[in-house]
Design a protein around this ligand. Structure first.
Ligand code: UDP
Length: 493
């Protein structure tokens, strides 16, 4: 069908961006479009198992490895992903180093066969717009966020409503189909950057990205029409229709191996983990994971752990200590927590095979930080969610889960936790909050049952939408046709 097409996929090297783009590449390649993923050697290794299996299965995917100039930009050798940064104060260095991939990419561009028909780039890599312009191909962006977030961001940029309120004063997000209340201190960095030196440095990066984004040919979204229907409609109107919702991308992982190896090698033996889940009653386990970047301070981690313990439900708790790992381990050792919860609670230190875990029938709820990937993975798994947003678009995603879709219950986080400034925010959520909300969400009464039914409904929608006849499959075909038309016009002209 589309054998002369070739899409160049350029991800931001950060799990929450790279993981969905690898999934997306597979979905596109399944439509017989050749895809080349531009990636660095360490990431090619990290995502290699999944990518190599996709290639071996016959999908037309190629990997273009470019050296990442970590050392030249003051980053440790081998630091090629945002979650490898020793400190988020180095974020700007990471963005600057990423921009240096432009020249090596342009050096090999002419050798790419067939000639690339478009670039699908993470929007945070604004330099890729220059490459697309130079070779006169469409620059399509992906940023891993929902249409709710896209629309809210656009409306805030235009109305500047957030500039008229105090930090903690609730206000209604302008121009949305529903009346959704937030505070300024819950908004993403573009509107609420924080006061650190990092925030000041990142301000110019963010503004540059925003300006470039407005010139994109179109936008790919990891969402589906049945999930946030009216938000998608409104956003499409704003973008003259060039918005293609083709998710949920995680659904591209059909077998357990792909689910288990997605994103990184799991820090727990998947078989042991699944065996333990097999031993638990259906819908009884809380899976608690706050994404790839969140590092809870030790006092905040303790509140989460003790809240789960007090709830008396079985749980899996993913521990990402980062530079605070030692302090967390010290507490775990001294407090006797692991001993007390033995058999009922499993700790995963490092990387959890999230999509695999979520697919297990024993999982009853997902305690999530509401990164958009996790949120949509939660919808796709058909489990209600305890929402605990931390930063970026996560408070918006919480509103999607709690108010738009109605399968989430908020744990009560009040303000964004700026990356690298977690200590200043203190304890946002107490153990009694975790315990109380766990009981609400696992409730066997009518309310809990309705929430579970709703979650199952969206699980079914998420499954069907990427199948033949589903809206996301249809949108993917429309996207490919659009690029094909554009390419043919270019050839004729
Ligand atoms: N993830 C995972 N195991 C972990 C942590 C994260 O598989 O231990 C995956 C998760 O399934 C999701 C991605 O990493 O696909 C995280 O993206 P998200 O947007 O949820 O949050 P971020 O990490 O960007 O804050």
């Amino acid at each position: 069908m589309a054998s002369n097409l070739h899409f160049l996929v350029i991800p931001l090297m950060c799990p929450g961006h790279l993981i969905p783009m690898v999934d997306m590449a597979k979905l596109i390649a399944q439509q017989t479009v050749a895809v080349t993923i531009v990636i660095t050697p360490r990431n090619a290794e990290r995502y290699g198992a999944v990518l190599n299996r996709a290639v071996a299965s016959g999908l037309p995917i190629r990997i273009l490895k470019l050296r990442f100039p970590a050392l030249e930009y003051g980053l440790p050798e081998g630091c090629e992903s945002v979650d490898d940064l020793p400190s988020f104060t180095l974020s700007k260095n990471f963005f600057d180093a990423s921009a240096k991939l432009q020249q090596p990419l342009e050096e090999v561009f002419g050798e790419l066969k067939p000639r690339p028909s478009c670039i699908i780039s993470d929007k945070h890599l604004a330099w890729t717009a220059d490459v697309a312009r130079k070779y006169q191909i469409p620059w399509v962006i992906f940023d891993g966020m929902s249409c709710f977030t896209q629309l809210s961001t656009h409306n805030l940029c235009v109305s500047k409503s957030h500039e008229k309120v105090a930090d903690s004063e609730p206000f209604i997000l302008p121009g949305l189909p529903d009346s959704i209340v937030v505070t300024k201190s819950q908004l993403p960095g573009l509107f609420n950057p924080g006061n650190s030196a990092r925030a000041k440095e990142m301000k110019s990066v963010r503004e540059h990205i925003r300006a470039a984004e407005l010139g994109a040919y179109g936008t790919i979204i990891n969402s589906f029409e049945e999930l946030e229907t009216r938000y998608i409609e409104e956003y499409k109107k704003l973008k003259q229709g060039r918005v293609w919702c083709i998710g949920p991308f995680s659904q591209s992982n059909k077998n357990d191996l792909d689910k288990a190896q997605r994103g990184s090698k799991a820090s727990i033996n998947e078989h042991d983990c699944m065996k333990w889940l097999d031993s638990q009653p259906p819908g009884s386990v809380i899976y608690a994971c706050l994404g790839s970047l969140t590092r809870l301070t030790p006092p905040q981690f303790i509140e989460l752990a003790l809240g789960l313990e007090e709830s008396r439900f079985p749980f899996i708790l993913v521990v990402k200590g980062g530079s605070r790992a030692e302090e967390i381990e010290k507490w775990l050792g001294e407090d006797g927590f692991e001993e007390r919860v033995k058999g009922r609670g499993v700790l995963v230190r490092g990387w959890a095979p999230q999509v695999l875990v979520l697919s297990h029938p024993a999982i009853g709820t997902f305690l999530t930080h509401c990164g958009w990937n996790s949120t949509i993975e939660g919808f796709s798994a058909g489990v209600p969610m305890i929402t605990w947003p931390q930063f970026a678009d996560q408070f918006f995603n919480e509103r999607v889960a709690v108010e738009v879709v109605g399968t989430g219950v908020a744990v009560g986080a009040k303000t964004v936790m700026h990356l690298g400034e977690e200590d200043e925010a203190g304890i946002q959520v107490k153990r009694e909050d975790v315990c109380r909300v766990a009981k609400i969400i696992m409730d066997e009464g009518r309310e809990g049952e309705e929430r579970r039914q709703k979650a199952k409904y969206f699980q079914e929608m998420a499954r069907k939408t990427i199948e033949e006849g589903g809206s996301s499959r249809h949108n993917l075909k429309l996207f490919i046709e659009d690029i094909m038309l554009h390419t043919n016009k270019g050839l004729a002209g």
